[in-house]
Design a protein around this ligand. Structure first.
Ligand code: PEP
Length: 256
C-alpha cells in the first residue's frame, strides 16, 4: 500500500547566514521552488532571521521553522526563545539536534519537554535522533534509536503530529551519507519503536526523515527506500539550487 505521508524537505541553516544573506537565500528558494507537487518544504533559519525570512516566504508554500525552543513561556532564561514567541510565525521547530545534544548537553528528558511544548503551541516538532560513530561501532545503534525515540516521545498523545529525523551523527556535515540500506534500517527501528508503544497505525502516520550529508547526488537513492519520508538538510540547504534539486527529487519519487 503506498504511503499517505506527505514527504517533507526541510532545510536547517544552522548558525549560517547574516540577515541580508538569509533574505536572499529565502527569496531564491521561493522563486526557484514554485509550488511543489505532493511535497512539503520548509526552511529553518537562525532565530534573528525568522521575521525577514517569513516576509520572503509570504504567499509561498514554503513553510518556516525554528531551530530550537525553550520549554517555558517566559522567565529568567537568558538567550533562550519561548514557544509563544514562535507561535504564529513558524510551523516547525527542530528539537534534539545532535549538535544541541553534544554541545549543550541536551538529554532525552529535555528533548521530550521541548516536543511536548512545541505541540502545545501549534508547532510541529522535527525531533532528531541518531547514533554517534562510536555507538555504531559498538553495536549500539538500535538501542540508541529506541531510547531516543521513546524518551523524546514520552507522554505525547498524538505522535502523528511529530516529525522525526533519523540523523546518524557520523553522517552530519561529513559528506559521507548513510547508505540507503543503513538509513532504511535505522528508520525501521524508529517506526517499530513507535508501533510497540502506540500501535502500528500511529507509527505508520509519523513522517520520518533522513538527515546527514543528503545532496543532489544521493537524494534519489535515499528517498526511494520505503519508509523514508523526506530529508532534513544542512549544508545543501544553504545553496538554493541544491536545496530545490532535493525538492524536485522528492516530487519525482511521489510521481512514481
Ligand atoms: C543537519 O545538521 O541536520 C544535517 C543533516 O546536516 P548536513 O546535511 O550538512 O549533513
Amino acid at each position: 500500500m503506498p504511503s499517505t505521508r506527505t514527504p517533507l524537505i526541510a532545510g536547517n541553516w544552522k548558525m549560517n547566514t547574516t540577515l541580508a544573506e538569509a533574505r536572499i537565500l529565502a527569496y531564491n528558494v521561493v522563486h526557484m521552488v514554485g509550488v511543489p507537487k505532493g511535497v512539503d518544504v520548509a526552511v529553518c533559519p537562525p532565530f534573528v532571521s525568522l521575521p525577514i525570512v517569513a516576509e520572503a516566504l509570504r504567499g509561498s508554500p514554503v513553510a518556516l521553522g525554528a531551530q530550537n525552543l525553550y520549554p517555558a513561556e517566559s522567565g529568567a532564561y537568558t538567550g533562550e526563545v519561548a514557544p509563544n514567541m514562535l507561535q504564529g510565525l513558524c510551523r516547525y521547530v527542530i528539537v534534539g539536534h545532535s549538535e544541541r545534544r553534544a554541545y549543550f548537553a541536551e538529554a532525552d528528558e529535555f528533548v521530550n519537554a521541548k516536543v511536548r511544548t512545541a505541540l502545545e503551541y501549534d508547532l510541529t516538532p522535527i525531533m532528531c535522533v541518531g547514533e554517534t560513530l562510536q555507538q555504531r561501532e559498538a553495536g549500539e545503534t538500535e538501542d540508541i534509536l529506541r531510547t531516543q525515540t521513546s524518551g523524546g516521545l514520552a507522554d505525547v498523545d498524538d505522535v502523528s503530529s511529530v516529525v522525526i529525523a533519523y540523523e546518524p551523527v557520523w553522517a552530519i556535515g561529513t559528506g559521507v551519507a548513510a547508505t540507503p540500506d543503513d538509513a532504511r534500517e535505522g528508520i525501521a527501528v524508529i517506526r517499530n519503536t513507535i508501533a510497540e508503544a502506540d500501535g502500528q497505525e500511529a507509527a505508520d502516520s509519523v513522517r520520518i526523515l533522513y538527515g546527514g550529508s543528503m545532496n543532489p547526488e544521493n537524494v534519489a537513492s535515499l528517498l526511494e527506500q520505503p519508509g523514508i519520508d523526506g530529508g532534513l538538510i544542512g549544508g545543501a540547504s544553504l545553496n538554493g539550487e541544491q536545496f530545490v534539486a532535493l525538492v524536485r527529487a522528492a516530487e519525482e519519487r511521489e510521481r512514481e
